[in-house]
Write a new protein. Structure first.
Length: 91
């Protein structure tokens, strides 16, 4: 009768963060998955502003995304810009 509800993995970001991460494999396009991952990291940055440097970049936020996920994000084509040498433009 009741829908089972799990506690969010991150209380600052809430359950919606968990749902956004769980939805990543259902996105067909690799580019759209990367854009969605950037939106997720943007939410993490907003919830944890002390992790963000003066340029708006946050290695901790990207690492946290990969830590929170039960999925193999790299296999889905999601790249951490700090591992690939790209610019962190997640907002």
């Amino acid at each position: 009768m009741f829908i089972p509800v799990k506690k969010p993995k991150d209380f600052d970001c809430g359950r919606n963060l968990d749902l956004m991460i769980e939805a990543l494999p259902r996105i067909a396009s690799k580019e759209e998955r990367q854009q969605s991952a950037k939106r997720i990291v943007g939410l993490i940055k907003q919830s944890h502003p002390n992790w963000v440097n003066q340029q708006g970049e946050s290695r901790l936020a990207w690492d946290y995304l990969f830590e929170l996920s039960d999925l193999d994000l790299r296999a889905l084509g999601i790249q951490n810009p700090f591992e690939t040498g790209q610019r962190d433009d997640a907002r």
